[in-house]
Ligand binder design. Structure first.
Ligand code: AHM
Ligand code: MG
Length: 336
């Protein structure tokens, strides 16, 4: 008997769209192109130790960080895979200063925008740590055929879809289109993402806290109090929590999504808005987290309600299990 192949991501996306008889099929097509881009990046990441794609290009990106070759590669793949689909009016990448226009030679008139972090956690590449691609899709709202900044500066709650591909011990795609969160594992033998985690629900309360504690000397009292709270021994509330921090957002987030917990990248004295970007990291992960029953705030405000003011805006991020986010919110509001 041949083994039964599970539900592919393509079939799943089409199935979900059946609930919307007015859907044109554009959204499914967009998602399917993203899936292919993810597979191509997966192929490069898994070959990273074999071919000469590791290392620095010597250039710096908009954030002033050194760009590694695989970031460059992933960025180019995302652009090349998506620019000729006719589905997008424009794109924005963490690696590129301005909006990426769709060249005139490609079909125009796309009704969606795509913002992405092509390879998050890239400082970990050489140590074989899990890294990921994060994406966020909005509907175009401006009248400009090629899209404008306005189309990207929309609140996270208006996302049409968000997801990530994590290149880990296996490669997984996790996405939401507003109907729950679904996870697919890549079966390399057939080159398909197969539904492995339907309708992911994150535990209401976790046992893990994830933060770069090396920054504690720069945090204000409220943030130090939050971390001390999670570390304090109290059997009744299931404390202390365990500390887990990879330093690769997709990997830290994915683990906490499945096991429960809280990931934090707060603002500090040097960087009041922390490190992570609203459009490419915080907002898509917040949408996924909320759809899975969790939550996400910046300094008290729901991430999905923040009106972005610039493309590469950074925000403090507290994201994870709902009860744990509430605890952070309380400390941030009144310092106790
Ligand atoms: P990147 O987008 O340049 O890879 O940076 C973002 C990464 C996240 O994956 C991770 O959560 C964070 O930086 C870790 O930062 P730090 O090393 O300051 O703890
Ligand atoms: Mg990043």
């Amino acid at each position: 008997m041949p083994e039964r192949i599970g539900t592919t991501v393509t079939k799943h996306i089409v199935g979900m769209q059946r609930g919307f008889p007015e859907a044109s099929g554009d959204f499914s097509a967009l998602m399917n192109e993203l899936v292919v881009a993810g597979k191509v990046i997966h192929r490069a990441v898994t070959k990273a130790g074999l071919v000469d794609v590791i290392g620095k290009t010597g250039e710096t990106n908009i954030q002033g960080e050194e760009v590694q070759k695989l970031d460059d590669f992933a960025n180019i793949i995302m652009i090349q895979k998506m620019d000729h689909t006719g589905l997008l009016c424009a794109m924005a990448s963490e690696e590129i200063d301005d909006i990426i226009e769709i060249a005139d030679k490609h079909p125009q008139g796309g009704k969606y925008t795509l913002a992405f972090d092509p390879l998050d956690g890239s400082s970990n590449i050489e140590a074989n740590v899990s890294i990921g691609t994060i994406f966020s899709v909005h509907r175009k709202i401006s009248d400009a055929p090629k899209g404008t900044l306005e189309d990207f500066l929309q609140i996270g709650r208006k996302q049409v879809a968000a997801g990530y591909i994590i290149y880990g011990s296996s490669t997984m795609l996790v996405y939401t289109a507003g109907q729950g969160v679904h996870g697919f594992t890549l079966d390399p033998s057939i080159g398909e993402f197969i539904l492995s985690h339907p309708n992911i629900r994150t535990p209401k309360k976790g046992k893990i806290y994830s933060v770069n504690e090396g920054n504690s000397h720069k945090w204000d009292k409220r943030v130090n109090d939050i971390i001390n709270y999670f570390k304090t021994d109290d059997e009744a509330t299931g404390r202390p929590y365990s500390s887990r921090y990879i330093g690769s957002l997709v990997a830290d987030f994915h683990r906490n999504l499945l096991y429960g917990g809280i990931f934090m990248y707060p603002g500090d004295a040097k960087n009041p808005n922390g490190k992570l970007r609203l459009l490419y990291e915080a907002s898509p992960l917040a949408y996924i987290c909320e759809q899975a029953g969790g939550g996400a705030i910046s300094d008290g405000e729901n991430i999905l309600d923040i009106v972005p003011t610039e493309l590469h805006q950074r925000v403090p991020l507290f994201i994870g299990s709902r009860d744990d986010v509430e605890i952070c919110k309380r400390f941030l509001a009144d310092g106790k």
